[in-house]
Write a new protein. Structure first.
Length: 145
């Protein structure tokens, strides 16, 4: 078998195991600043995968966060964000808006509420409202370890 035929056979075998040839780009920008006891941050992210095989040809997201709201809580924060993903072959982009926070209730105990509005989830479903309430307990912090 010639080297060209061997290379072609090897490439075909790799293509079958690795999937279709695809490519894209992704970038994130973030900026942080402080005003008195408050710590701020803003970010913007985006990406694209333009080949016809890619299910999400473009994405953009961004948000703003604020920490230092509660002087006695080292990990408290509040953030708001959005994301929008185009979905190839579907009638609508999926767009979501989110508001979340992290609040210290006691040393080692944090509460994280999160609410999201998702418009056209999956590209063709009706708008959804999602709420999550997470309780984080760090037993090491509670025990003082």
């Amino acid at each position: 078998m010639s080297k060209d035929v061997q290379d072609c056979t090897c490439q075909e075998a790799q293509a079958a195991s690795l999937g279709p040839n695809t490519s894209g780009f992704y970038g994130v920008g973030e900026y942080r600043w402080q005003t008195g006891p408050l710590h701020w941050g803003a970010f913007l992210q985006g990406g694209g995968a333009p080949k016809p095989i890619d299910p999400v040809p473009c994405y953009v997201g961004g948000g703003l966060w604020l920490a230092g709201l509660i002087p006695w809580s080292a990990k408290d924060s509040l953030s708001v964000g959005f994301s929008r993903a185009s979905l190839r072959g579907l009638p609508h982009a999926e767009t979501s808006y989110e508001l979340t926070g992290l609040f210290g209730l006691a040393h080692g105990v944090h509460l994280q509420p999160d609410i999201q509005a998702v418009i056209h989830p999956g590209g063709d479903l009706p708008t959804s409202l999602v709420g999550i309430l997470r309780l984080e307990i760090n037993f090491k912090e509670l025990a003082g370890i």
